[in-house]
Write a new protein. Sequence first.
Length: 321
Amino acid sequence: MGRYLVRRLFQMIPLVLGLSVIIFLLLVLAPGDPVDFLIFGNPNVRPQDVARLKHLYGLDQPIYVRYFKWLSRAAVGDFGYSMTYKEPVLQLVLARVSNSLWLTVPAFFLALIVAIPVGVYSALHQYSPMDYFATFFAFFGVSIPAFWFGIMMIYFFAVILKWLPPGGFATPGVPEGLPFYLDRIRYMILPTVVLSLLQMAALTRYTRSSMLEVIRQDYVRTARSKGLPERVVINKHALRNALIPIVTILALSIPALFAGAPLTETVFAWPGIGRLLVEAVLGADFAVAQAIIVFLALLVIVFNLLADIAYALLDPRIRYD
């Protein structure tokens, strides 16, 4: 395992460099630049002022020079300065990541707690009413747009029933302690449910399919023929092996939750990393957008590695050395 980890870490270096080139070029080659957006609509700006600003921000240099300067700074955690928020990009992104964790962590566990039991039960009771309901739920969750579902949840629970707030992060003036956390939970409920829906639906389908395949295997029949209780057969023999392909979905669901956050956080006005990405792109704050996209790409790479490690822990037949 040790040699495998070292090999994978060395393989990640060219992958990260390639991703950094793509991320940098995608935003740099987009129409306009930060200076163009900064002076847009201002008739008093002279051409020499524009040239001076572009020289100040290094926008008049060749792309490859700008890329290597950006990469050298990013390697030590310096992603520049936000033109919109007037603060270092890394400091801004880390603050928003902590806000997003209030949604992504509960959304991950909500999807896990609901999807795996429903998927297992659906597989063990194939073609039952519960199985049909789980199948319908899975297709519903995968197909429905997150922004539309979020708006409908706001309309029903906040506008009509008035049970929950329509958006935001916290109620101003709430004292610290238990009242603060109870107030935060009220604001978390709707966006957490919306954010977890897609992962919940996909995980339900994968769990059902994997469980159906495993319970037909010979070793499960052998375990039953030995007279083992059905609970032991399912939990010890079937479920553990069914979880092996699901590990990939679980590992990649965390980056997927962050990647799906822009729509959800924008609909619910949640000040997280997803909403920050939308605001950075719309405001041409490219330094912030680059840092967030790099963060999301690194999440995918790291959790892919964790999924491979989990394979070996779950299945003793898998060896990397």
